[in-house]
Every structure is written in structure tokens, then in C-alpha cells.
Design a protein around this ligand. Structure first.
Ligand SMILES: NC(=O)c1ccc[n+]([C@@H]2O[C@H](COP(=O)([O-])OP(=O)(O)OC[C@H]3O[C@@H](n4cnc5c(N)ncnc54)[C@H](OP(=O)(O)O)[C@@H]3O)[C@@H](O)[C@H]2O)c1
Length: 345
């Protein structure tokens, strides 16, 4: 390992710009749910270190972190910096195990600087990949694609794998990984440009725009013996339709629920129990942070495929922290082309 490449030039401002959660969102966070403020650059206490953030990550999961509804983690406190993963560089350390000059991916929030303890590090950037890839390829997107697919979807050569949000930051990897494992990936996405990227760039044998195509009929033709794996990022009506096309002993990986606009009142839909029973399906929920012990092995596989040219990725990078408040809304609207990042360095 030689360390990350493509390290951008950055400054070390005296002030710390932060994006605070100002209001509890109802559904998808809107720009008005956030407020920008500025403080002095903070100083680390004993056992802490100071990170200059460079790439702020924008993730659909932030909706859940900001919401009042029950989630797998406590909601972000109102008035505090929005919880976010980010790639940054250590500029001052009073923690024995953290070196100044180290590049890290971790829980640093939407802000220029974070004072944190070492448990907030998700990964140390040591692999020879572009630094920003730590927020995508080797960040929760690549890790989720690899771990959810291999641990829960478990496709074998010859299997057919359907993926929703196939042209997104996770879906782009799922298609390529399924292909690298010898399976046949099929993709659904809500945009013709993303359909083309799925077919031409992300390894999908075929892909359809679920907003305009008769994708259920297309699936019946493309997967006449049924789907062995459904990697579901959206839930809702797309899941209901896919469920009825699963092969016996198929696996559904519930990785996201992007299609549900609000959780209160509780959404209702068709009763699907009979499909689960008669097709003997396994329906598993996935949360990437349950698999921290597998991150290193996942990194190794992802880096090897990347270096062999078997895993490509795209990034959609905005410049400036002022783009953060509207970024989650835009992500849910499908506006990004590749992993959404905000460069603040
Ligand atoms: N469980 C975990 O540990 C974990 C970790 C990381 C990510 N995830 C999940 O993985 C999924 C993908 O994440 P990502 O970072 O790659 O983001 P993404 O898929 O690029 O962004 C969300 C996408 O959801 C789609 N969408 C929005 N509303 C929809 C609707 N009503 N029906 C169908 N699709 C809709 C849009 O894609 P189209 O343009 O295709 O419509 C939008 O671009 C998300 O659900 C995220 O929460 C889960």
C-alpha cells in the first residue's frame, strides 16, 4: 500500500463553517431544514484530534439520521452540525494513535473542521486510490454494494440479480460486482442517462427506466426463470412487483427504502406474505455498520477489481459548503451523476 493519490490542494482557514440541522425534517430534508454558521477553529483536547475536512459525503441515509422516527442510530441533535461522513486530513493531534498529516474517512460532519476522538474514524486512507474514492469506492457506497451483495444476496455464477437505483452510487457498484461474480445484473433507474450508464459502464446486462418503460414485462423476458437476488434500494411498489418475479429460494436484500416519502402515517400496500412463503424467499435487512470487521476484506476486493479495470466509478462533486443544505433533496430527486460529494478544501 502506498497511500492515496490525487490529493487536492486545500487551505486551513481560521474560521470553521458549519451546516447545522435547524429543524426536524418531515420526510426528505429540504434546504430550509439547515442553517449555515461560522465559529472559530476548534482546538483538540487530550485524546482528540482536529481534522480539516476536504470531501463531504452526501448520502440518502442522512434523511434517517435527521428524522425523529426510530432508526438504527440516535437522531442528530437540533442545532448541531449535520451528521455526515467525510474525507479529511489530520492537522493537529492529541490522540496517540492518530498522526498529523494522515488522511481519514470518518464521522466528521458537514463542517470545515471537526474535533473528534479516534472512534470516529471509519477508515484510514492507505490504499493507492484517489483520495476522494474513500468517500465512494471504499466508503459506504462501495462497502455496502460489496458486503450486502456477498453476505446477504450471495449470487453464484449464472444467477440473475435485479438492482433498484442501479445508476446511483451504490447501484453502480452492485452491477459491476454481480458481473465480476459471474451473475447477470439487471437494473432499474429513473433516468434515461442513468439507464445508458448502467448498460454501457456499470456492467448491467440490461436496464430500464422504471418511470417510462414496461419494466415488469421486460423482466419477464430477460429473466424467464425468475430473479435469484433482488438488491432493493427503494421498497414500495417496485419491491411489490419484483417480489412476484422472484425464483424459488431467492434472496431479497433490503438495503434502502428511497421510494417512501414519509414514515408517518405508516405506509400501507399489498400483503406479500404468500409470495415469501410459496417462493421460500429470504428477505434480509442490511446496515453497513454491522460489518465493520469485514471492511478490510471488502477494501481488498474492491481495490483489486479497481486496479484490474473491473470496477469503475463516477463522482459528482460540488465546490463549496453552501451546496450542502440542498444536496440531500437533489439526491432523492435523482439529480446526481455518480457519487455526490462536496469539496470544501
Ligand atoms: N443500509 C445501509 O447500510 C446503506 C448504506 C448505504 C446506502 N444505503 C441505501 O442505498 C440506496 C442507494 O444509495 P446511494 O448512495 O447510491 O444513493 P442513490 O441511489 O444515488 O440516491 C437515491 C436514489 O433513489 C432513487 N429514488 C428516489 N425516489 C424514488 C422513488 N420514489 N422510487 C424509486 N427510486 C427513487 C433515485 O434514483 P433514480 O434516479 O434511479 O430514480 C435517487 O437517485 C439508498 O436507499 C441508501 O439509503 C443503505
Amino acid at each position: 500500500m502506498t497511500g492515496p493519490t490525487h490529493i487536492p490542494a486545500y487551505d486551513l482557514p481560521r474560521r470553521n463553517r458549519r451546516v447545522l440541522l435547524a429543524r426536524r425534517p418531515n420526510g426528505i430534508p429540504q434546504p430550509e431544514d439547515f442553517a449555515l454558521d461560522e465559529t472559530d477553529r476548534p482546538d483538540p483536547a487530550e485524546g482528540e484530534f482536529l481534522v480539516r475536512t476536504l470531501y463531504l459525503s452526501v448520502d440518502p441515509a442522512q434523511r434517517g439520521w435527521a428524522a425523529a422516527e426510530a432508526n438504527y442510530s440516535a437522531p442528530v441533535a437540533l442545532g448541531s452540525p449535520m451528521r455526515a461522513l467525510a474525507v479529511g486530513v489530520v492537522v493537529q493531534s492529541r490522540a496517540a494513535e492518530v498522526r498529523e498529516g494522515e488522511y481519514l474517512y470518518g464521522w466528521f460532519g458537514w463542517q470545515d473542521y471537526a474535533v473528534v476522538t479516534p472512534d470516529k474514524i471509519v477508515q484510514r486512507a492507505t490504499a493507492p486510490v484517489p483520495l476522494s474514492a474513500y468517500a465512494g469506492l471504499l466508503g459506504i457506497n462501495g462497502l455496502t454494494a460489496y458486503l450486502a451483495l456477498t453476505e446477504l444476496g450471495r449470487p453464484v455464477a449464472g444467477d440473475t440479480v435485479l438492482v433498484s437505483t442501479a445508476g446511483g452510487a451504490v447501484g453502480a457498484y452492485v452491477g459491476q460486482i454481480a458481473r465480476n461474480l459471474g451473475a447477470t445484473p439487471l437494473g432499474l433507474t429513473g433516468d434515461d442517462e442513468k439507464v445508458a450508464a448502467c448498460r454501457e459502464r456499470y456492467g448491467y446486462a440490461d436496464a430500464w427506466n422504471y418511470k417510462t418503460a414496461d419494466w415488469a414485462a421486460a423482466l419477464d423476458t430477460a429473466a424467464p426463470t425468475g430473479l435469484n437476488v433482488y438488491f432493493d434500494n427503494v421498497g414500495g411498489p417496485i419491491l411489490d412487483t419484483a417480489l412476484r418475479r422472484m425464483a424459488v429460494a431467492g434472496r431479497i436484500v433490503q438495503c434502502g427504502t428511497a421510494s417512501t416519502a414519509v414514515w408517518t402515517p405508516l405506509p400501507t400496500g399489498p400483503r406479500n406474505e404468500r409470495e415469501i412463503m410459496t417462493r421460500r424467499l429470504v428477505w434480509s435487512g442490511f446496515v453497513v455498520f454491522d460489518y465493520v470487521a469485514r471492511f478490510e476484506a471488502a477494501n481488498q476486493a474492491l481495490v483489486e477489481w479497481y486496479q484490474a479495470g473491473k470496477l469503475v466509478y463516477d463522482e459528482d462533486i460540488s465546490q463549496g459548503i453552501e451546496h450542502a443544505p440542498g444536496a440531500i433533496k437533489a439526491l432523492y430527486a435523482g439529480e446526481n451523476r455518480g457519487k455526490k460529494l462536496i469539496f470544501v478544501g
